[in-house]
Design a protein around this ligand. Structure first.
Ligand code: IMP
Length: 215
């Protein structure tokens, strides 16, 4: 059984649309989020920690909102910024910008303790950060049962959706959905199926589902 590692059941429901019936179950586990400027190392580190906890295949989902003219802020700090400033303040900051282009990004990190030498690399960009994420770690999540510092292999899948920051609209979704507009509608205004069809998480799940089905 694949465990989808998140404290947010909404993400699991989204994932269920892409994977065979009954093949995933939520693992309500709050892994330690390291500080990094990219999502990949955070998700990879989380997947290793979660695999040690679950002892079953795990999929960790790390996402964030990246505002182009703010050099990607809040990015990997999206959760902290949502909980401290809140999305109305983020909109206030963005409303003073001429260029309000932004993107949601999602990185899925899969770990089942096995290697992936025979599989194609699903990451669709030249990503040295992802390669670094698969490299040696330095804490207990990366140590094997004998205490050796052998990092567990992690496979990464990335999804992206472009849009722009707008004044809040819509009651649906969660997080930054009301201030993120894609194709004329905010994610907060979209029906769940429509959001899934275009979202960063949907794109990453599509890649993961295709790869996982072929294993
Ligand atoms: P995490 O990946 O659950 O840690 O999410 C990081 C931050 O991005 C949190 O503040 C979430 O609310 C926000 N976030 C992640 N995915 C989405 C989304 O699909 N819509 C809106 N906000 C999101």
């Amino acid at each position: 059984m694949l465990r989808y590692v998140t404290t947010n059941p909404g993400k699991v429901r989204e994932a269920e649309n892409y994977l065979p019936d009954g093949s995933i179950r939520q693992l309500d586990f709050d892994y330690a989020e390291i500080q990094a400027t990219e999502l990949a190392p955070i998700a990879a580190r989380g997947a290793r920690e979660a695999y040690h906890r679950a002892d079953e295949p795990v999929l960790v989902d790390d996402a964030g909102l990246f505002i182009d003219p703010l050099d990607g802020f809040p990015g990997p700090y999206s959760s902290y910024v949502e909980n401290t400033l809140g999305i109305d303040r983020v909109w206030e900051i963005a409303s003073g910008l001429d260029d309000r282009r932004a993107a949601f990004r999602c990185t899925l990190a899969y770990c089942d303790g096995d290697g992936f030498a025979a599989s194609p690399d699903p990451i669709d960009r030249d990503d040295r950060v992802a390669a670094a994420a698969a490299g040696p770690g330095d804490d207990e999540a990366d140590a094997d049962d004998a205490g050796r510092r052998e990092p567990l292999p992690v496979k990464l899948f990335e999804g992206y959706v472009p849009g722009r920051i707008v004044a809040p609209r819509g009651d649906g979704g969660f997080g930054y959905d009301p201030i993120f507009e894609h194709d004329g509608q905010t994610f907060g205004e979209m029906a769940t199926e429509r959001k899934n069809a275009v979202s960063h998480r949907g794109r990453a799940l599509e890649k993961f589902a295709e790869w996982h089905a072929g294993r």
